[in-house]
Design a protein around this ligand. Sequence first.
Ligand code: T4K
Length: 379
Amino acid sequence: MLEKIMPFKKPIYITRPILPDLNKVVEKLTKIWNSKWLSNNGYQHNLLEKKLLKYLKVPFLSLFNNGTTALITACKCLDLKYEVITTPFTFPATPNALIWNNIKPIFCDINPKTMNIDVDKIESLISTKTTGILAVHVFGTPCKINRIEQIAKKYRLKIIYDAAHSFGVEIDGKGIGNFGDITMFSFHATKLFHTCEGGALTYNNMDFNKELALLKNFGIKNENEVILPGLNGKMNEIQAAIGICVLEYIEEEIYKRQILYSAYKNFLNNIEGISFIDELPNVKKSYQYFVIKINEKNFGKSRDYIYENFKSYNIFTRKYFFPLCSEYPFYKNLPSANPKLLPNAHKIVDEVLTMPFYGELYVEDIENICKILKSFRNS
Ligand code: T4K
């Protein structure tokens, strides 16, 4: 007889933020209150910057009020113009950052295994107007960094990596923020490491320190000179203080997620039609998301069926990144948005499901989620 599986009592989301001990947060807030310094390169801001330089193993880092502003500013800093090659399989922030710089996104298809930009299709999209490549390390899997660098060198293009999902990822022990010209991290509440809202840019070029400081502070050089059309991208003291508190919990959260990650793999092992993103041997993972791919033909039910039916069990998965950016009304008429040119992206976007994954969950929760998933097959 089939075991009856009960819905979860409380809603299960794909993620929940690390919430530090409130007393510790109040302690920090008291310090900020006493200092009467709330933003503009305060003590907490500078302390978080130092801690993140070390954690991310990067030479230079600039904090921002969110990842999207950071990305917009990165394009400006590199003086990107005209056309930039990017992926349609990402969050709207990626191509939108280009549009906010008056740059046309040129969508490139993805590799179906990694879900990252397909490096073999980049060169055919390069024109005399191309000034850069904006690639995303989707779900924390690093792009083919060496190949992208070769192409960029050959055509004199700049590289920005969107590492919104890649906090703590390393390749052969090297922090993911060391590659390309600039890398962007998001510290939104849904991210493994967060500052409620926040982000950072990392880079190897020391000159960007000055340039970015100007660009994220209205272009103000001093009280008498404004030398660039900057915006306001600064991280405030409260965001930074939250980040410092959250950082204390990061290793514990990663440890818990490692256990849940193995549990998922174990419970979903050898189920026809369910597969995972390939793990790369030289890569330290992010433990940001747990993502599965559902092949409707082999599993017997579609991704959308699973997504909808999970809801009646109080489980709220996500269809990241549906719809593809190339399908947004304001991008879909671009020649590069033609679905015929993006076959892998169109296939993958209907198969991917982001599952509940955060340290508060127990292995038994994962077991139940997997049982429910398996039960859909026979329903
Ligand atoms: N590039 C890429 C590749 C990105 O994925 C993102 C952001 C960016 C750039 C831009 O970075 P930021 O400017 O955001 O720093 C969420 C996040 O808002 C967004 O940061 C993230 N990517 C994206 C993948 O996920 P939504 O619209 O899916 O979030 P929401 O509100 O539906 O939250 C998802 C689940 O998280 C909820 O069902 C419950 C849980 N949650 C959420 C919040 C906000 C909580 O438990 N607590 C919370 O405070 O975009």
